[in-house]
Every structure is written in C-alpha cells, then in structure tokens.
Design a protein around this ligand. Sequence first.
Ligand code: GAP
Length: 434
Amino acid sequence: MADVMDKIVSLCKRRGFIFQGSDIYGGLANTWDYGPYGVELKNNVKRAWWKANVYERDDILGMDASILMHPKVWEASGHVKNFFDLKRDCKSCKKRFKDADLKDKNKCPECAGELTESRPFNLMFETHAGAVSDEASLIYLRPETAQGMFVNFLNILDSRHPKLPFGLAQIGKAFRNEITPGNLTFRTREFEQMEIEYFVRPEDADKKLQEWIELHFEWYLNYGIKKENLRKRPHGPEELAHYARACTDIEYNFPFGWSELEGIANRTDFDLKQHAESSGQDLRYFDDKAKERFYPYIIEPSGGVDRTVLAFLVDAYHEEQVKDDTRVVLALDKGLAPVKAAVLPLLKNRPEIVELARAISKDLKQHMVAVYDDTAAIGKLYRRQDEVGTPFCVTIDVQSLEDNKATVRDRDSMQQERISVDALKEYLLEKLTI
Ligand code: GAP
C-alpha cells in the first residue's frame, strides 16, 4: 500500500499538482507548493465546502479573519498554556522527537544516542510585530482559524443580529511547529483549515454535535470518497483537546493508515467565557423571547483543506489495464476535477481542424476550465488528461469539418459520442452540473 503514496507523490510532481517547497534550493522540509492543477483542485474543494456550508444554508455566515491576532487571544484561548507536545532531544545527533512517537524513551531511534528528559514545546510559531524584536512585540501565527470567529462574535451579533442556532464559517491558513510532519501534505507546519463555529443553546449541544458529524460524513461521500475508506472515531477522554467536552474524528483510510481528516467537537462555552473574562466584554447572547442572557455552546466541525485534497487524490487514483497499456486515471468527482474539458485536434497539420478546435476551446473557456492541447498524438493526449482527472476530452477530426460534430470521450467509461459543435457547451455543462 505504501507504494500508492509514492505513485501519488510522483504523479503530483510530474503533472503539476504538488511540488516540494523551495525545490531549487534542495527543498524546505515539509513545505509543499500547489502547481497549476493542484491549485484548481484545492480551490474546487474549498468552493464545494463553502457551497454546502454557507451558500446552501440560511444559518451560517462567512468570515475571513487575520492570521495575526492580539497575543491575549492565545492566553485566553489556553493555547499559550496547553497547546504543546512533549518532546525529547537526542544528545548526540540533536534531533528532536515527540514523546508519544518513541518506543524506547531513552534511546534515539536514528543514532541510538541518549535522549534528554521530555520537555513541553509549544506548537505556536512566534514572530515579532513592528521594528523592535522584544517581549512586548511578541505575537503568534494562529494555530487554528477558530479564534478569529470567537473574537468577532460580538461584531456579528451587532451587525447581522443572527438568532440561535447560527454559525460562522472560515477557510484560512494556520501554522503549527510540528516536529514530526510527513506523508506529503498530511501533516505540515503551514496548512489551511475549513472551520465552522456553530453557536447553540447549551441543552441542544449533544444533538447538534451528532447532526454535524453525520452531515460532514455525507459531504465526503457526496464528493466521491469511497464509503469503505471513511469512518467516524469518537475521542476517548484522554485525547480531548483542552477546550473540548466531546469530539469525533472523521478518518480516512490513507495508504499509511486510518488518519484524521476532520474533528467535530463540542467546545462548550469555554472560548466565549474565556474571551469575555480576558477582554472585559459581555459576550453573552440575548434571547429576546425568553428575555435571558447566556453563553451559547459551540459545535465545531474543523477540517483541513490539504488533508482533504490528499484524500480525494488517493481515493481517485487507480490503474487499469487497457490492451497492452496501463491506464492511470484520477477518477475525481467532476465538480472537483481541475480541468473539465480538454479540446484536442486529431491532426495538427490541418489548419482548419486546429482553427475549429481553438474556437471551441475559446468558447468553452467562458463557461468552465477548459484547455487546448496539440502537443502529442491523440493516445498520449488522452492518457495525459486521464492522469489529471479531466472528465471529458473533445476531439476534432476531418469529419468534424464536414458534419460540424466533435467526438466527446468520457474519462471513466472511455465511451465516445459524436456531439454537434453547436450543442457541445450545453451537453458538457449538463453532465458536469457545475
Ligand atoms: N479548531 C480546532 C482544531 O484546530 P485540530 O484537530 O487541531 O482542531 C483541525 O485541527 C483539522 O486541521 C484537522 O482535522 C486536520 O485536517 C487539520 N490539521 C491540523 N493540523 C494539521 C497539520 N499539521 N497539517 C495539516 N493539516 C492539519
């Protein structure tokens, strides 16, 4: 199974999904850059998530808060005190290890050197705001997007007057100084989160937690993740984050084992109370019917963009034998596929064919992500598009000049259909449902 990961890493690099960060300098470990196809896939994942969680609902509002926040935010949230891993250093090779990852707590797993006692290391990245680099200018890169929504709770109440239950949604970068990152984009120090903070009456929290777990589980299935590769795993009390009363992870069966895609937690009223106390602001919600003021509980579905993209890539990847050839296909959901249609002229030395193909591609580009490619023979062009998950290839041949029809090839079935050039756009849009 592990070699599936090698194949994904290789495809990502070869075709331009994901590159090693700072590659020409030998790479900066565990940083990854999304290439032309990767950025499209990532944007499509974010758009699909936003559509389901913001646009299709009446009770969720979008937000985009700053990465840099007042340092008091992280004291109040408990991250300064509680957001750490226990780690040990090797006295010989100086490498650092997470306590939890070590089988022998005294011996370095790489050079067999002696290890230090375990010490807590906070996961937050520190930096300094302004010209002077002293304690007063110390700030953090946010380790979760969530706090941006809690500190804006009052602004949202005052500007939009939402009624419980309601939520805030945000997609954005988060940073953690992980010491054991790995598995491509699975665990990195810089990553993107897709988070919802859903405010509910305390007595509704358990029910709403279950609803969000089911809803988000379904979302992955709707976008093509195979059911057998997805599961829910409730946290035991010992693994709950400092702010959570309950949490269930949605896990994906990655080639390196079942691992967390998203956590859905009951954060209770912990964050609002902490920020109310720390800021001196009244962050209670006023129920004007019951005439009561109280702190709502918060249900938090929190997923990672990069992990979700990786799960979609892994789940979509397959190889099949076609005659003497192995066909590599990314059977991505059509809505997530980076490119929707590739227009391919069968003979590039016939100017009329090239002209018609270019005109079709130009027209399609107004309605979907479409590409034109004439840089290889047709068999190779098909394979190239299969590998990046393009649902449709549109081929223009000599006959097209006579009957004004194009051949549309379906990625998954490889079935071909002749479609009138005039009806092509509607035909594809209907199949793509975008
Ligand atoms: N606000 C809650 C929170 O941040 P978390 O379980 O620590 O909870 C939520 O993170 C999600 O963010 C995870 O399920 C994962 O998808 C993603 N994530 C967390 N750390 C990550 C890392 N180092 N690299 C990539 N994604 C990460």
